[in-house]
Design a protein around this ligand. Structure first.
Ligand code: FE2
Length: 251
């Protein structure tokens, strides 16, 4: 046994024929509302993104603009107003998709206040709340925010857990989310390696362990749609769809 005997090259799995994304059908994480975060820049951009996603097989979208009080001070009123404008344009152009809006909440002080006031934007019968944490460091208030969400009758969904690099070497962090009744939402693009090999490996592992219950595009621009398309040939996407664990279709 040499010193390299345990070393395994980081190879992408062998591609498979592209998966039919209409089997997912519902996308529940995207930034399609025009001009209110770092997603769609204007109404035409919103329409083009939705059209391309529809071509890939999606028929229903719950779009989730950032609410991140230091950067994007989006309120339910702003979000509802933009949603109405976009829905009207979809009807005018006869694009046969369903569109709803909620939010992707950043776990900050504003978020905790909204939890307390029970004014969060939710989706689905279980009052799902999509939220994210810092990519740079642990959020010391995470446990409290989750506890208070559950107490207020919300069902938390943690966005792209595979992207929090400081959890990559401690898989228990993911398990502890499930223990706290937090759903894990994988970014479909993570399977392509877009966010690095670590995020891809964690994505594969989360799927192998049956821990992923939602999958989202997190689409901000056309480049993300190309990656969604590329992810279709990843065997783990097929495995996830066939697992029966995904709840996207119920939304
Ligand atoms: Fe997002």
């Amino acid at each position: 046994m040499g010193i390299f005997s345990k070393w395994k090259p980081d190879r992408k799995p062998k591609p498979i024929p592209p998966v039919d994304l209409s089997l997912i059908g519902v996308d529940m994480h995207s930034h399609f509302l025009p001009g209110i975060d770092d997603g769609a820049t204007d109404l035409e951009d919103s329409i083009q993104l939705i059209l391309h996603m529809h071509e890939l097989g999606y028929r229903r979208f719950i779009t989730t603009p950032h609410i991140f009080w230091d950067m994007y001070k989006n309120t339910p009123e702003i979000i509802r107003e933009k949603l109405a404008i976009l829905k009207e344009e979809l009807v005018r152009r006869q694009i046969p998709v369903e569109l709803e809006a909620a939010a992707e909440y950043y776990c900050d002080e504003h978020f905790e206040k909204e939890i307390e006031a029970q004014t969060l934007l939710t989706f689905g019968k279980k009052k799902y709340v999509l939220f994210e944490i810092s990519f740079a460091q642990e959020n010391v208030n995470l446990g409290r925010a989750i506890f208070n969400m559950r107490l207020a009758g919300y069902t938390p969904i943690l966005a792209h857990p595979e992207r929090y690099e400081f959890w990559h070497n401690d898989f228990r962090r993911y398990e502890s989310m499930l223990d706290k009744d937090v759903h894990l939402q994988l970014n479909i693009n993570s399977l392509t390696g877009q966010y690095g090999p670590g995020a891809r490996r964690i994505s594969e592992r989360l799927i192998e362990r049956g821990m992923v219950t939602f999958i989202g595009s997190d689409c901000h621009h056309m480049g993300h749609i190309q990656l969604v398309n590329a992810a279709r040939t990843h065997p783990h996407l097929k495995r996830l769809i066939e697992s029966g664990n995904l709840l996207n279709c119920e939304l």
